[in-house]
Design a binder for this molecule. Structure first.
Ligand SMILES: C[S@@+](CC[C@H](N)C(=O)[O-])C[C@H]1O[C@@H](n2cnc3c(N)ncnc32)[C@H](O)[C@@H]1O
Ligand SMILES: [Zn+2]
Ligand SMILES: [Zn+2]
Ligand SMILES: [Zn+2]
Ligand SMILES: [Zn+2]
Ligand SMILES: [Zn+2]
Ligand SMILES: [Zn+2]
Length: 520
């Protein structure tokens, strides 16, 4: 059971980890939780985004009220208002109305039709290649009339068509799509790393820009043979990619919109070369729930594993899961073999998570992976350094703590060791004698709050709360043991300067394209 994190308003200049931890805390106490694998025998009803998920309201750590089904992909009812009580009897009439509504919500053109249109589009002379920005659609000449008065881009070259993530405007809906695109620097770093690690195929789940960069590389460099398959909910990409290159997919319920045929394409992709040389790279919307994502990724892993012989069954599908650092414990709950890299992933269109004048310098987004950290080389020219004790690359500000025997910073800043808490804490924290632990300066002391975070009861803490699910307690104990085992003694304090890099400007590119209004 996972609490539905409204995942804090990360735009606020607060200590982000505390903000999210606070949100999780509240929601563990009360909020909405998703129940996976607990459906009562019958398949979950479908909304336009595939099978819905079962949720329940929780209050003080306990289920309260009736369970209900709601959309897996949209956290805002404005985007999808599906709702059904778990045991609700739904009349035949309502069922067929729902099916009809689900059908009508689907895109008017199928993927196949879009592929055909793309072929025709490619045959047009430059002057006739137009893209409607309002409809986010490539236009064939006979359709120009329908887009009369719309903003259109003209003279689309092959280069434009090869970079659809720059042509399409990023979906801004924070709660559903949150389409934040990698800055060129981060995208190039990811691809270089993937190649250096020897991967030949990349399953891009919600990473259209990485998919695009891989294809660009292949088209530019004859010797490059990395293949990519994009799985994404953004159907606009079907205008640019064939069914072999893109599947319309919902990563919160592992749903292929184009059914078994699309599923089969994904399966084949994972199974090529007997499953060797493939990596899954995913960058889900940050507001999404970790548990359904993990559930879907495990299904993709299971598909990949079909190729593995029994004696290799403990081999893992290599994964890069890109997500903010403050979700570390949530991700490790589901994937205990993962570790978090210090590399800070930057975005082009996120005011806070990019370098440059207006952006924060420190992006909170990291790479979680089951690949050994010692194999992941981070760019020294950007200030990362290798810690020979930890056997991994770390941020320049991440100092090795002799007492913890680890490079302990999670956010790139230098953390301080607290001898009372027996661990390193953020520089913004101080030890509070009332709370008996380190906390943010100016925090409200725990004694002023109503007891345990989960049940509100006095006399015990969250970690020993009887209402904390057994699995969570067991997982915690396991992880603590594992962490202790991994600690080794040595020191490495070589400091390298931090180098800022300019990001690629979308505006500049846009300005280069001819932009006009389609006159009738
Ligand atoms: C944070 S963005 C990551 C984009 C990535 N940084 C890039 O530049 O390639 C999230 C991506 O996941 C996709 N997405 C959002 N919700 C999804 C869902 N339910 N299933 C599959 N993809 C989804 C978005 O369309 C978007 O491409
Ligand atoms: Zn829906
Ligand atoms: Zn239009
Ligand atoms: Zn270290
Ligand atoms: Zn320490
Ligand atoms: Zn302390
Ligand atoms: Zn306190």
């Amino acid at each position: 059971m996972a609490a539905c994190s409204g995942a804090a308003d990360w735009g606020l200049e607060v200590d982000m980890e505390d903000a999210v931890a606070g949100t999780e805390r509240n929601l563990r106490g009360s909020g909405v939780a998703v129940l996976l694998g607990q459906e009562s025998g019958r398949p979950a009803p479908c909304c336009p985004h595939g099978p819905t998920l079962l949720f329940v309201k929780i209050s003080q750590g306990k289920e309260e009220g009736r369970r209900f089904y709601a959309c897996s992909a949209c956290r805002d009812r404005k985007d999808c208002n599906f709702f059904q009580w778990e045991n609700e009897k739904v009349s035949e009439a309502r069922l067929s109305a729902r099916e009809e509504a689900n059908r009508s919500y689907q895109p008017s053109l199928s993927h196949r039709q879009n592929v055909e249109r793309y072929k025709q589009f490619g045959l047009l002379p430059l002057s006739k290649r137009k893209f409607c920005q309002e409809c986010q659609q490539l236009l064939l000449p006979m359709e120009w009339g329908k887009h009369c008065g719309h903003q259109v881009l003209s003279d689309l070259s092959i280069a434009h068509l090869q970079r659809p993530s720059q042509l399409l405007c990023p979906l801004k809906n924070k709660k559903t799509n949150a389409q934040y695109l990698f800055a060129d620097r981060s995208c190039q770093f990811l691809l270089d790393l993937i190649i250096a690690l020897g991967f030949k195929r990349v399953l891009c789940v919600g990473t259209p820009r990485l998919h695009e960069l891989i294809r660009l590389k292949v088209s530019r460099e004859q010797e490059s043979s990395v293949k990519s398959l994009l799985l994404d909910i953004d159907f606009r990409y079907s205008q640019f990619y064939t069914e072999e290159d893109f599947c319309h997919y919902n990563m919160f319920n592992h749903y292929f919109f184009d059914g078994e045929a699309a599923h089969e394409i994904c399966r084949k992709f994972l199974h090529q070369e007997e499953g060797e040389g493939v990596i899954l790279v995913t960058d889900p919307p940050f507001g999404g729930l970790v548990e359904p994502l993990a559930f879907s990724f495990k299904k993709l892993i299971a598909t990949w594993r079909e190729t593995q012989e029994e004696d290799h069954s403990n081999k893992e599908l290599p994964i890069f899961w890109i997500f903010p650092y403050f979700f570390e414990s949530r991700i490790l709950e589901f994937f205990p073999s993962f570790s978090m890299m210090d590399y800070q992933v930057d975005y082009d269109n996120h005011a806070l998570y990019k370098h440059g004048k207006t952006g924060r310098k420190q992006s909170p987004v990291r790479i979680f992976t089951n690949i050994s950290p010692s194999m992941i080389v981070l760019p020294v020219e950007e200030g990362y350094r290798f810690c020979s004790v930890c056997q991994r690359y770390v941020s320049s500000g991440n100092q090795h703590c002799e007492i913890c025997n680890s490079c302990t910073s999670k956010d790139g800043r230098r953390w301080n060791h607290c001898f009372l808490c027996k661990k390193c804490v953020k520089p913004s924290w101080i030890h509070c004698n009332t709370c008996n632990r380190c906390a943010l300066r100016g925090h409200t002391c725990e004694s002023a709050k109503a007891g345990c975070f989960i049940c509100g009861g006095a006399g015990h803490k969250r970690s020993t709360c009887p209402n904390l699910p057994m699995t969570e307690r067991a997982g915690k104990a396991d992880r603590n043991q594992k962490l202790k085992k991994n600690k080794k003694i040595k020191m490495d304090t070589v400091k390298r300067p931090y180098v800022k890099h300019a990001t690629f400007s979308r505006k500049k590119i846009k300005n280069k394209k001819k932009k006009n209004t389609l006159a009738c």
